[in-house]
Each structure stands twice: as structure tokens, then as C-alpha cells.
Design a protein around this ligand. Structure first.
Ligand code: DX5
Ligand code: ZN
Length: 219
């Protein structure tokens, strides 16, 4: 089985966003990963709705939105209206996670919960059935281009076991420091989806980088 590939727009050339979207449209990428940061939940700002509104009608790939903000659930109506496919809220920013995930599903989006590197996957024990997707951060969120945290591989294995034991189809997505080598190790460990920002957009041939990740295969 080949992984879902979700290139992260954060590392694209913001002066030429249209070309970046066309590149993604024309590639074997499955989704487009959109990182929204508020400078409070994470120590950085990225972009917000004006940019996502501009992208949504042009991008042919489903949008995979990663909200690194406090109170992420309050943005549900805007994301629903934009036709977003996956809405990821951070576990650490969601005091009423069950309510949030249920609301995301009811709005017709995939319910995604994101875990910071220090948050154990075992905390999802009582909520896993409500998660269409779990996004494991393999760097501390807030910046592109950081080094992959190797402990993430064990988190993927443990989460894979939890999902398989229950016969669920929850998608395991991993975000941060993904390149061809870390991507290979993640897919072997049981990841279903890979986010890659600097590796794709920093590559001399981004479409080849995407195709290389897409060709990875779980044994
Ligand atoms: C980091 C973001 C990532 C980022 C990944 O907070 O959530 O999606 O774009 O960038 P790379 O792939 O460069 O680590
Ligand atoms: Zn992200």
C-alpha cells in the first residue's frame, strides 16, 4: 500500500503561490497540507483565511488543514464552507475533544486530531473511534525545515497497533522532517500519510520528490 502524500504549502514560494498550486495539481500528491498558526498555540504566525480562500478554488487536491491555534473548533464553519477535506485540531488545544471531533464529522469533513511530540498516543484510548485521522507531529509545531524526532517512529508503531487491534480504519499521518529516508522508516512503521514541506519545495524537482514519497510501500 502506498502512502497518501500531503505536501505542506508552508515551504512554497509565497510570491508565486499559483504556480505552487498548479505544481501540486499536476503531481501525484493526494492532498495539500495547509498550516495555520496563531502565534499563541505555537510561537509563529503563518497565514489565515484570505490565503485559504484564494487557494481552495484553484487546488484540485483535497485540503488537509492543520490548525496550530487556540480554540481551533471555532473555525469549523469557515473550513466547511471552503470544502476542506480534513480538519485537524490539536489534542493540546481541545478541552472538549469528543464534541469537536463529532462536530467535524457532522460537518462532512474528516475528523483529525493532532498530537505534539510529547503527547503519548495512549491518550487517544477513549477517543480513537471518533478520529478519522491522527496527525502525529514529528517536530515541535511552528516551523518548517526542522529535524525529524526519531521517537516518532515508536509512536507510529504503538498507534498502528491500537488501530489494528480495534479493526479501525483511522489514518495515521505524520508531519515534520519528512524526506525520502524518514518517510521510508515511517511507512515501514505503519504510517498511512506523510506531510512534507521543505523536502518537496526545496527539491530541485518537487514533482519527483512527491513521486518518490508516493512510491514508498509498506512491506
Ligand atoms: C510545522 C508544520 C509542518 C511543516 C513541515 O509546524 O506543521 O506541516 O510545514 O515542514 P517540514 O516538512 O519542512 O518539516
Ligand atoms: Zn502541519
Amino acid at each position: 500500500m502506498n502512502p497518501i502524500i500531503s505536501p505542506s504549502l508552508l515551504s512554497a514560494d509565497f510570491l508565486h503561490l499559483k504556480q505552487s498550486i498548479e505544481l501540486i495539481n499536476d503531481s501525484t500528491a493526494d492532498w495539500l497540507h495547509i498550516d495555520v498558526m496563531d502565534g499563541v498555540f505555537v510561537p509563529n504566525l503563518s497565514f489565515g483565511f484570505p490565503i485559504i480562500e484564494a487557494i481552495a478554488p484553484v487546488c484540485k487536491k483535497p485540503l488537509d488543514v492543520h490548525l496550530m491555534v487556540v480554540e481551533p473548533i471555532k473555525f469549523l464553519p469557515q473550513l466547511k464552507n471552503l470544502g476542506v477535506a480534513v480538519m485537524n485540531v490539536h489534542y493540546e488545544a481541545s478541552p472538549h475533544l469528543h464534541r469537536s471531533l463529532t462536530a467535524i464529522r457532522s460537518a462532512g469533513m474528516k475528523s483529525g486530531v493532532t498530537l505534539n511530540p510529547h503527547t503519548p498516543v495512549e491518550l487517544l484510548c477513549d477517543i480513537l473511534e471518533e478520529c478519522d485521522l491522527v496527525l502525529l507531529m514529528s517536530v515541535n509545531p511552528g516551523f518548517g525545515g526542522q529535524k525529524f524526532i526519531p521517537q516518532s517512529l515508536d509512536k507510529v508503531r504503538r498507534l498502528r497497533r491500537m488501530i489494528d487491534e480495534r479493526g479501525l480504519s483511522t489514518i495515521i499521518e505524520v508531519d515534520g522532517g519528512v524526506n525520502q529516508e524518514t518517510g521510508r522508516r515511517l511507512v515501514e512503521a505503519g504510517a498511512d500519510a506523510l506531510v512534507a514541506g521543505s523536502y518537496v519545495f526545496g527539491h530541485a524537482h518537487p514533482k519527483e520528490a512527491i513521486a518518490g514519497l508516493k512510491a514508498l510501500c509498506r512491506p
